[in-house]
Design a binder for this molecule. Structure first.
Ligand SMILES: Nc1nc2c(ncn2[C@@H]2O[C@H](COP(=O)(O)OP(=O)(O)OP(=O)(O)O)[C@@H](O)[C@H]2O)c(=O)[nH]1
Ligand SMILES: [Mg+2]
Ligand SMILES: [Zn+2]
Length: 304
């Protein structure tokens, strides 16, 4: 049974030249998942299709659940690593132990996430492995960085329920962080029917085992999705120097909430005269380092 009408779908998984595309429930009454290829005659002008992309499909075969992708809808944004389109929220996930919390990695992940101009949240997992006192110190610390931290612990299932309620209000949330911190465990707690593979961290190398290999998008309600991603460590970032102040809540909140004004409109908040930023926050030295390395990068590119 073939049907030549066009339908709108969402790419939930990608492997080689195949895509899994979820069709909207309204077409057939139930949510249908189709295995698709791109129609040969279509040239997307060297554009790739990513998980999270909205596509139009055609040649729908309801029996074999196959179809062809015929067009790609304009995307709102595209995260480069891992490649995911149309994200509304980024959840940066770190464990407090196993693997040990690495603040400079937390920093890099947060900055990379902020550069996507979407809502960014911080989640700490494995809170059963340290004392409540230490957890409170971390909550306090990250609060000063501008993030209200969500703390999780496998023994306290109600915390996962609260997070699920929150995630259902977002369109497409992505879980990002190093390997072994518990991203897939979190997903399994939220969608118990999934039971995706997880693995303990290696005691020998004290890192995760890269258990999740693919980016995959899961539905949690009619209009809400979560993306699980393979863990990795974030490399130093190469960000446009003028954008850096917008990537630190400690800075942009002073501008937005307190209305601080510096003498020069594009003030980089170094030790310039006329700068009114309150610089007494923990990550200021990190901010300055990033400005310096971006400047070097900038001059190097000019010389190339
Ligand atoms: N003690 C404790 N262990 C946890 C908790 N959450 C997850 N773990 C364990 O951490 C290990 C790694 O979890 P995964 O969910 O596979 O980690 P991941 O972030 O998906 O890792 P990659 O897929 O490699 O990126 C598993 O053995 C989990 O059981 C927790 O709250 N407490
Ligand atoms: Mg995983
Ligand atoms: Zn300034």
């Amino acid at each position: 049974m073939k049907n030549n009408s066009k339908y709108l779908g969402l790419v939930t998984k990608k492997f080689n030249e195949f895509f899994l595309v979820d069709l909207n429930k309204e077409y057939f009454g139930i949510s249908e998942r189709f295995l698709c290829k791109v129609r040969k005659s279509i040239n997307f002008k060297d554009q790739f299709i990513y998980v999270g992309d909205e596509v139009e499909i055609d040649n729908v075969d309801l029996r074999s659940k196959r179809a062809l992708i015929t067009s790609l809808k304009k995307r709102k944004n595209l995260l480069i690593r891992p490649s995911v389109a149309n994200i509304s929220n980024i959840y940066i996930i770190f464990s407090v132990e196993e693997p040990e919390l690495n603040l400079s990695q937390v920093n890099r992940f947060l900055i990379a996430a902020e550069s996507m101009e979407v809502e960014v949240s911080l989640v700490l997992t494995k809170c059963d492995l340290i004392s409540d006192q230490k957890i409170n110190l971390l909550i306090d610390r990250f609060g000063k960085w501008g993030y209200q931290t969500i703390t999780l612990n496998l023994q306290k299932t109600e915390y996962f329920k609260n997070l699920l309620v929150e995630l259902k209000q977002k369109k497409c949330s992505i879980f990002m962080g190093p390997s072994g911190v518990g991203k897939t465990t979190l997903l399994n707690m939220i969608i118990p029917s999934l039971q995706k593979n997880t693995a303990p961290v290696s005691h020998k190398i004290k890192r995760g085992k890269n258990t999740t290999r693919n980016v995959e998008l899961f539905s949690i309600s009619n209009q809400s999705y979560i993306v699980d991603t393979p863990g990795f460590n974030m490399q130093p970032l190469d960000v446009d120097i003028r954008l850096l102040p917008n990537l630190f809540p400690e800075i942009y909140k002073q501008v937005i909430d307190e209305g601080i004004h510096c003498k020069f409109r594009n003030c980089l908040h170094l030790n310039d005269e006329g700068c009114n930023l309150n610089k007494s926050f923990e990550r200021y030295s990190f901010y300055k380092e990033m400005i310096e390395s971006s400047k070097n990068q900038y001059y190097q590119n000019q010389e190339d």
